[in-house]
Ligand binder design. Structure first.
Ligand SMILES: Cc1cc2nc3c(=O)[nH]c(=O)nc-3n(C[C@H](O)[C@H](O)[C@H](O)COP(=O)(O)OP(=O)(O)OC[C@H]3O[C@@H](n4cnc5c(N)ncnc54)[C@H](O)[C@@H]3O)c2cc1C
Ligand code: FES
Length: 376
């Protein structure tokens, strides 16, 4: 099927009355558009083969299921579009130097490509914390969830007073620059401030704020920041600096919300042998009676682990590849059923109370407290 026929087929099939809406789960979607946002950032737009209204809470994310070089891989990406434009949804991806999935998407994801996505999920959203005054702080590609929220506020004529502060490396790195200018030029209650770390070496000069975000800049841009609901997303050092700045000022952190894009997931498949050797050395070094046993009932495999290791790490030692994306209890990709035993699960909203009550755990952030049996 060529690209033109993909778009026409979808457009002709749209019917706002009969179209189904999606809910959290696995969905097969097709890439319908690719937009080059900046030199190293692209937006990918997706639709379902049978039209679906993609309703979600602005700020939430999906997890992509891909097959790259014969391996199944999962990565989470924030939905950068708004549910106010529900027939398609988009993600915006920055190339991570040496990164597997982001570069693969940039080089291979074209119109017509079909893939599965899981979601939408996520607690970082602007629906669950309604506020009249909002401060949005983003760094680099961390702008994606905030852009979804801004598009939502704009399209739904929300009576929200927004101070939007975005930090970019240089003018050529400002994602959605033209659209931001459009949105912020039309609503007096929406105010945008862009901070560039540096000017372009050979190009655009930058007359606005320069350097890293400081308390002085924040006070100039949003003098009433202490009264606002704060949403923050960006690189870890950026978010740490923002948190530190707010805490030092006595900000009530109940009104602070952040999204982390996480650490590098370990490629478990490649590291199985190395893991096994290491595990043996570590196990030899401690008393046998201190080791914990993790059984995987469906595969009939079991392993001894050192206290403190996760259920996911236990599986990796056996070469069992439990799907994993964020590695920090956000996305829910690594969910497994616990049959018996106790674990300490320190998740970040990636599992519901209902799932926990049924016995599910997130293997990436569940640490056995004794012998444990898992259905895998
Ligand atoms: C909830 C959530 C939302 C997200 N939203 C977005 C979004 O909107 N846009 C976006 O661009 N990203 C987003 N991310 C991040 C995204 O999921 C990926 O982590 C990111 O694209 C990098 O993936 P990758 O496969 O390209 O890189 P990976 O292969 O995972 O590698 C990441 C980095 O680590 C390095 N690396 C990999 N393996 C090793 C190793 N063994 N030793 C040393 N270094 C190594 C790589 O060189 C690379 O720089 C989000 C993440 C989460 C959890
Ligand atoms: S991998 Fe995301 S919750 Fe475990």
């Amino acid at each position: 099927m060529n690209n033109t026929s993909v778009s026409l087929l979808n457009t002709n099939a749209l019917n706002p009355i009969t179209t189904q809406s999606w809910s959290n789960g696995r969905h097969v979607v097709r890439c319908v558009k690719v937009i080059q946002e900046t030199w190293d950032v692209k937006t990918f737009c997706f639709m379902a083969e049978q039209p679906v209204m993609f309703f979600f809470k602005p700020g939430q994310f999906v997890t992509l299921e891909l097959e790259i070089k014969g391996e199944q891989v999962f990565r989470s990406y924030t939905i950068s579009s708004s549910p106010s434009v529900p027939y398609s949804f988009s993600i915006t991806v920055k190339r991570a130097p040496g990164g597997l999935v982001s570069n693969w998407l940039h080089d291979n994801m074209i119109e017509g490509y079909e893939l599965a996505v899981h979601g939408p999920v996520g607690q970082f959203n602007c629906i669950d914390f309604p506020a009249e005054k909002v401060l949005m702080l983003s760094g680099g590609v961390g702008i994606t969830p905030l852009m979804s929220m801004m598009r939502w506020y704009f399209d739904t004529n929300s009576a929200v007073d927004v101070e939007f502060i975005h930090s970019a490396r240089s003018p050529k790195d400002i994602i959605y620059h033209r659209e931001l200018e459009h949105i912020f030029s039309r609503i007096p209650e929406f105010k945008m401030h862009i901070v560039c770390e540096q000017s372009d070496k050979l190009g655009e000069a930058w007359a606005g704020f320069r350097g890293y975000l400081t308390k002085q800049m924040l006070e100039l841009m949003a003098p009433d920041f202490m009264e606002r609901e704060v949403y923050c997303c960006g690189p870890t050092p950026y978010m740490n600096a923002v948190k530190h700045l707010l805490e030092q000022n006595g900000f009530d952190m109940k009104h602070y919300h952040e999204e982390s894009f996480g650490a590098t997931p370990v490629d478990v498949q490649e590291d199985v042998e190395e893991f096994a050797e290491l595990a043996q050395e570590e196990a030899d070094a401690i008393q046998a009676s201190d080791l914990l046993r993790v059984d995987f009932a469906s595969t009939g495999k079991s392993v001894q682990i050192i206290p403190g290791e996760t259920v996911h790490a236990a599986a990796s030692k056996l070469g069992l590849h439990i799907p994993k994306a964020c590695g920090m209890g956000i996305c829910g990709t690594c969910k497994v059923m616990k049959i018996s035993g106790e674990v300490e699960m320190s998740h970040n909203g990636g599992i519901t109370d209902e799932d926990v009550a049924e016995g599910y755990i997130l293997s990436c952030c569940s640490v056995p407290q004794g012998d444990v049996v898992v259905e895998y």
